[in-house]
Unconditional design. Structure first.
Length: 186
């Protein structure tokens, strides 16, 4: 009986430590099912000139397996098939001012805009043109000292996103995170 108690006393802390939620900085990213991680300064995407020290999850689709990533003036366009097209940009404090962005959106949209989500980091709105509804989003986050903003690609007139498509892009936008610094060589 003493042996069983002795073994339990030694094993308990080991089991507790291995099952605890504290995984440390070296824990791998958890990428949701149906998504894959894209490093925004990956040489395979030809984006190393942007210097984005970040990564983001995008849909992992069997129908559209390729992520098209194109450099833009202040960021990167990420496109997966015809229903996922968003811009990731490095911005400034003006870009993070969502009250100002909301005013600009209302002035720029030709249709009637109705904001569905309006909080400290996210704007989601519907623009109506008669019976046609097109959905958009704008998301800001701070990584280190840099301010990033992510939005649907409104520059492409073919992009007429549905609510579900915008919500998938917002899920990706909210996964934007710092790229860990490479381990020092010993």
């Amino acid at each position: 009986m003493k042996r069983i108690l002795f073994i339990a006393a030694i094993a308990s802390p080991l089991i507790w430590m291995s099952c605890s939620g504290n995984k440390g900085a070296d824990a791998p990213d958890v990428i949701p099912k149906g998504m894959k991680c894209v490093v925004l300064n990956d040489k395979n995407l030809h984006l190393d000139s942007t210097g984005f020290p970040a990564k983001i999850n995008v849909p992992d689709s069997n129908f559209y397996p390729t992520v098209f990533a194109n450099p833009t003036a202040s960021g990167i366009e990420l496109k997966v098939g015809p229903h996922f097209d968003m811009l990731v940009n490095i911005g400034g404090t003006e870009d993070a001012d969502l009250a100002k962005q909301k005013t600009l959106i209302g002035a720029a949209d030709a249709g009637t805009s109705n904001f569905i989500v309006s909080d400290s980091t996210t704007l989601e709105w519907e623009t109506k043109f008669g019976d046609l509804s097109i959905f958009h989003f704008y998301y800001t986050t701070k990584i280190g000292t840099a301010i990033y903003f992510v939005r649907d690609n409104i520059n492409n007139p073919d992009n007429q996103f549905k609510k579900e498509e915008v919500e998938k892009m917002m899920e990706s936008a909210k996964s934007l995170r710092a790229l860990p610094a490479p381990a020092p060589k010993s």
